[in-house]
Each structure stands twice: as structure tokens, then as C-alpha cells.
Design a protein around this ligand. Structure first.
Ligand code: CIR
Length: 259
């Protein structure tokens, strides 16, 4: 069973962290509708959606990806780089505990799940403003018992590694080459985002399709030309909170049936 852990949008979403975007009014009711459509897309692609406990006082809590990495063997509960987001981890851990043994990034280290791109047994980790050297070193030490290769990746101009590059096929990445160098991924083929859509590199690959924002049509067309099946979803409101489609779920396979 493919599980997608999500979380309800907080009524405080408009007070979210912002790094590269100017604050704009966010229509929370509209954001909730868009998030429902996102969960519907996950279900349509075969995932079982499990919602973690809501965190109404934590504006960015919907972006569950940043608070945990679910790997085949364990889950790593992160220590988000933004101090305002650190209280998101406990309640997410309570949900993930049903499925995986938990390991924790400890004080001193910071790591956002949005900076971790898993491709097979490789974990590319963005050296962003949210993820520090100690966080990457802790991740490597925590996973030493399993054969993951941890590869730090420099990036510029964006929030997370997965703002700049995501996997969209077995051997295929969708990339914004202005923010991360394609040469960092020598074994992979790449599709560039359309230049008019710099934030278009965040796609969620699931069951041989990608869930993808419908407000990036030029990049969607490039994906389709590369043979990728695109499932468009509306996500204009979460985009104003600097969120994309990978950030709203934590995906993993499980033998445990959902409660
Ligand atoms: C933040 O700045 O932390 C949130 N407003 C957006 C987080 C988006 N997360 C992601 O791309 N993984």
C-alpha cells in the first residue's frame, strides 16, 4: 500500500514563512479547496491518504514534507531550519510512528525534507538556508547502517533543493538549471523548466505520473513531450506560501493498513 501522509491547512496559513516571495493575501478557503483536489489526485493515483493531526496554530504545518523523510527502512524526523516550524515535528512523528522506526535530527543540525531528493539509493541534499552542514552530517550518521549515498548539492536563488529539481521518471529529472547545476546529477537525463516558469521544477512523481501545478502550462507541455503523464492540480494559494506539490505529502510504501 502506498501511503501519503498529509495535513489540513492551518487557518493561520497567511502568517507562513517567506524567503524569496513577497507576502500576498492568501485565500485560506480557496487553499483548502485546492488541497482537497491535491488529496483527490493522490487517491486517484492509488495512494491511501492519512492525515496527521491538524496544527491550527502553526502556519506552515500543511508542508509536511519538511518535517520528515520516510525511507524504506526508517523515518527521519527533521529539525526544520525555520525556528517557527520546529513544533510541527512532534505530531507528524506520532503519525509516522505507526509505520516506521523513527530517527531524529538533533539540536545544532537543521534539515528540511524539501532539501532531500531521493533517487534510488542516492539522497541528494540541498545546501540551502534551511539545511546546514551539521544536519547533513547527522543524516549521514543516522543512515550509516543502510546503503544510502548522501550527496550534498549547492543551490542558489530558491528555498529548497526540490524547488530546483525533482524526479519525474526512473532516469529523468525536471530541473531549473539556473538554481542547481545539472552536472550534479551525471547519471540522469533532464528536462528544463520553461524559462517563463522558474518555480516550475517542483513535480510529485507517483505511480508513473506526476502531480503538477496547473499554473505552469509551458513546463507541463515539455514534460508531456518527454513522455511524462501529467496530472494537473490547482495550487495557486499554496504557491503564495512558497509551497509546491511535493511539500504537501510524505509518501512511502507500507504493509500496515491505515487506521
Ligand atoms: C516555508 O517557508 O517553510 C513555507 N512557507 C514553505 C515550505 C515549502 N516546503 C517545501 O517546498 N518543501
Amino acid at each position: 500500500m502506498l501511503v501519503a501522509v498529509t495535513r489540513a491547512i492551518s487557518p493561520t496559513l497567511a502568517d507562513c514563512e517567506l524567503t524569496h516571495l513577497a507576502r500576498e493575501p492568501i485565500d485560506v478557503a480557496h487553499a483548502i479547496e485546492e488541497h482537497d483536489r491535491y488529496e483527490d489526485a493522490l487517491r486517484a493515483l492509488g495512494a491511501t491518504v492519512v492525515r496527521a493531526a491538524p496544527e491550527p496554530d502553526l502556519p506552515d504545518a500543511v508542508f509536511v514534507e519538511d518535517a520528515a523523510l520516510a525511507l524504506d527502512e526508517v523515518a527521519v524526523i527533521t529539525r526544520p531550519g525555520a525556528a517557527t516550524r520546529r513544533r510541527e515535528t512532534e505530531s507528524l512523528a506520532s503519525t509516522l510512528r505507526d509505520y516506521r522506526k523513527l530517527l531524529w535530527i538533533r539540536a545544532g543540525g537543521t534539515l528540511d525534507g524539501g532539501d532531500v531528493l531521493r533517487v534510488g539509493r542516492r539522497l541528494y541534499v540541498g545546501q540551502s538556508s534551511r539545511t546546514n552542514r551539521d544536519g547533513i552530517a547527522q543524516l549521514e550518521a543516522l543512515l550509516a547502517s543502510w546503503d544510502y549515498e548522501i550527496i550534498p548539492v549547492p543551490l542558489t536563488g530558491c528555498l529548497h533543493l526540490k524547488s530546483a529539481v525533482t524526479q519525474v521518471g526512473e532516469q529523468l529529472l525536471l530541473i531549473n538549471p539556473r538554481w542547481v547545476r545539472p552536472a550534479c546529477f551525471p547519471s540522469m537525463e533532464t528536462v528544463d523548466i520553461a524559462p517563463a516558469e522558474p518555480l516550475g521544477a517542483n513535480a510529485l512523481w507517483i505511480e508513473n505520473a506526476v502531480i503538477y501545478p496547473e499554473h505552469y502550462p509551458q513546463t507541463a507541455e515539455r514534460l508531456e513531450r518527454a513522455g511524462v503523464r501529467v496530472v494537473p492540480v490547482p495550487c495557486t494559494e499554496l504557491a503564495k506560501a512558497e509551497g509546491g506539490v511535493t511539500c504537501c505529502s510524505v509518501l512511502f510504501e507500507s504493509e500496515v493498513s491505515a487506521a
